[in-house]
Design a protein. Structure first.
Lengths: 147, 492
């Protein structure tokens, strides 16, 4: 399972990243609290090239390079196929940052660990980016690439 | 030019406690109203704001409010703020004032002066959830006798069709949305005069193709790749004048579909230069019928003007199977403001008069009557059907369902909602899957409401509503208006 971007309908508005940031780090979807009081960090990048834009987010690969490279077993795949990080075990070696072929995993801004897309698995529903996309350019797909 | 005397039309308010400097307003406004610099300082250029609400709707924290610019002129009943601003604009530009969408002036709306009947005691009302209720409508020539071959008819499961809106005036995604909705709801969408783009050819079974004075994109394939053909003589927003798609909107896709050079003005003449009389119209109708092997009904669309009943009678006698009449509230992608605001007559009067005239002359079964221009909701549909129309065209209502906020600047080609534009980036803003779903929802909602209103009147088929003016009462109308509408006053 992963979030798929359709550049045909992506407006490049960036709402996906805002809602993504507010959905994580304990802000519980509260945009105002996240952006006025906190240090929100979106788990995905909006890429704009010429007249196309799309959301570059985790592919949740089969045989994911980040999981293979993780020294401490912090990066794991759950039974739904979601690649997520157990922050308690992350030591901030950033090996995963280097091996991710899509440049998706980022160092956290405020602690010595990494952050990545977890498809909002804690909230048990459609990921925030997909549900708040104003133009239906993001969707959940079962297609996952094998590395 | 020296200092402009025009002050902004709208004021953009930003609640600083809510603004999170996300920049969505900046990247969504094509008119460049919002600015954000690298220091996080935000400012607005209010004179660019057209009041389309794109920024306010997409603002994730509802930090924005758009209000009328609070600069009042000294009160004057005669010289309104609009009339002063229009003079300032012309004194600066020296040009004809352009505008978009329909006539917004406070002329009397007869829809708002008509009330519907309901059954009480003496005849039962019908619950559409429990009993069958039929909205199926057939448009075309119903006059064939028992021994004659039936004429081609259009079958509608809801008597509401989508008005002609050309690719060029609107984006291809609008046409795709409406075409999908028309197929789903078993009704029709209309290509307008801009030809048929390859990507919407698959919707032939629910497409009405238009032949207008510019003849853009017309070919035998075009005529045959449709359920019906409509000859457009005039349109409610600008009766008597032609069309002008500005060169900026003639993108390569539009150019290919219209069969004209890209980035050149697409000008439709005011009249059809081969139609100077009813006899000429009869020739074109016959030509089109021959070209389509008599398999498709031919419609003729005219604007509602002074002698509309005589004109409609001529059109029916010229062989049209459907007469579409567009009232003075009908909208457009671009029209001179004075034309839009001052020409034509109300559709309610036109339909009532034409229906009566065709009945009096015994030719009503020869053609169906379609009402266009200014249908806002399902009650308007029911009222116009009771005044004599067979079906309605909706244009503005359909676009509003897709996101239009009636800012009336369609003619600029810079539609923030991706509707009245051919710009590739802006067109993306309307995802046809979402557009189709919203248009389908609108028609489904109206279908339920029409059935409820018909059920209340004790009517279970739309055939019994058509021209049934006993179901209407006028309120607040003068006697001559009641006579023209053919309805009695409330209480009588």
């Amino acid at each position: 399972m992963r979030v798929q971007s359709n550049p045909e309908y992506c407006l490049g508005c960036g709402l996906c990243r805002l809602y993504c940031a507010a959905a994580h780090d304990g802000y519980d979807g509260n945009l105002l609290k996240a952006f006025k009081r906190g240090t929100p960090q979106p788990r995905a990048d909006l890429i704009v090239r010429n007249d196309k834009s799309w959301l570059n987010t985790c592919r949740h690969c089969h045989n994911a390079p980040c999981i293979n490279a993780c020294l401490t077993g912090a990066l794991q795949k759950d039974d739904q196929g979601i690649v997520f990080i157990d922050s308690q075990r992350c030591v901030g070696c950033f090996t995963c940052v280097m091996v991710c072929p899509f440049g998706h995993i980022q160092p956290s801004r405020d602690s010595y660990r990494v952050v990545k897309c977890d498809l909002c698995r804690d909230q048990k529903g459609i990921p925030a980016c997909v549900s708040f996309c104003p133009n239906g350019a993001l969707s959940l797909t079962e297609e996952v690439e094998t590395r | 030019m020296t200092l402009s005397l025009l002050t902004p039309a709208f004021s953009v308010g930003r609640n600083e406690e809510r603004c999170i400097r996300c920049g969505v307003c900046v990247n969504q406004c094509i008119n460049q109203v919002h600015h954000l610099d690298e220091d996080g300082f935000m400012w607005v250029t209010e004179k660019n704001c057209v009041g389309c609400h794109r920024c306010a709707v997409l603002c994730p924290t509802q930090a924005l409010t758009i209000t009328r610019f609070p600069l009042d002129f000294r009160p004057n009943q005669y010289w309104s703020a609009d009339s002063l601003r229009e003079i300032y604009r012309q004194a600066e530009s020296g040009g004809v004032l352009l505008t978009g969408m329909g006539n917004p002036r406070p002329y009397r709306s007869y829809f708002d002066h008509l009330l519907l009947n309901a059954s009480q005691v003496t005849n039962p009302s019908i619950d559409p959830l429990r009993e069958p209720m039929e909205l199926t409508t057939y448009l075309g020539d119903h006059s064939a006798g028992l021994s004659e071959a039936e004429k081609p008819l259009l079958k509608l499961e809801i008597p509401v069709m989508f008005s002609a809106m050309s690719y060029g005036a609107v984006s291809l995604n609008v046409q795709k949305s409406l075409a999908r909705a028309a197929r789903e709801m078993v009704t029709y969408w209309n290509t307008g005069e801009g030809g048929l783009h390859d990507e919407v050819k698959e919707y032939a079974d629910c497409t009405i193709v238009q032949v207008a004075s510019g003849r853009f994109g017309v070919s035998p394939d075009y005529l045959n790749n449709a359920a019906a053909i409509e000859i457009k003589i005039g349109q409610g927003a600008k009766p008597g004048i032609g069309g002008h798609l500005p060169a900026e909107k003639v993108s390569p896709g539009v150019a290919q579909t219209r069969m004209i050079p890209a980035w050149s003005d697409a000008i439709s003449p005011a009249p059809h230069h081969d139609i100077y009389s009813i006899e000429d119209l009869a020739q074109l109708i016959e030509t089109i019928k021959v070209a389509t092997d008599f398999q498709k009904p031919v419609a003729v669309k005219v604007a509602a003007v002074h002698n509309i009943s005589a004109i409609a009678s001529g059109i029916v006698r010229a062989g049209a199977d459907i007469v579409a009449i567009d009232g003075f509230r009908g909208a457009t992608g671009a029209a001179p403001l004075r034309i839009r605001d001052n020409i034509g007559i109300p559709i309610e009067m036109a339909i009532a008069q034409v229906d009566q005239r065709l009945r009096d002359e015994g030719i009503r079964p020869k053609a169906s009557l379609v009402s266009a221009g200014g249908i806002r909701n399902s009650a308007d549909v029911v009222k116009i059907l009771a005044l004599g129309a067979d079906a309605v065209y909706i244009g503005t209502a359909a676009l509003v369902a897709l996101g239009c906020h009636l800012c009336q600047t369609c003619f600029t080609g810079r539609c923030n909602w991706g509707i009245a534009t051919t710009d590739r980036q802006l067109s993306k803003r309307l995802n046809p899957e979402i557009g189709a779903m919203r248009a389908i929802n609108l028609l489904k909602a109206w279908e339920h409401e029409i059935k409820e209103m018909m059920g209340g009147m004790g009517i279970n088929a739309v055939d019994s509503l058509r021209g049934n003016r006993l179901m209407l009462k006028g309120i607040g109308l003068e006697q001559h208006e009641l006579d023209l509408l053919g309805v009695s006053p409330a209480g009588a």
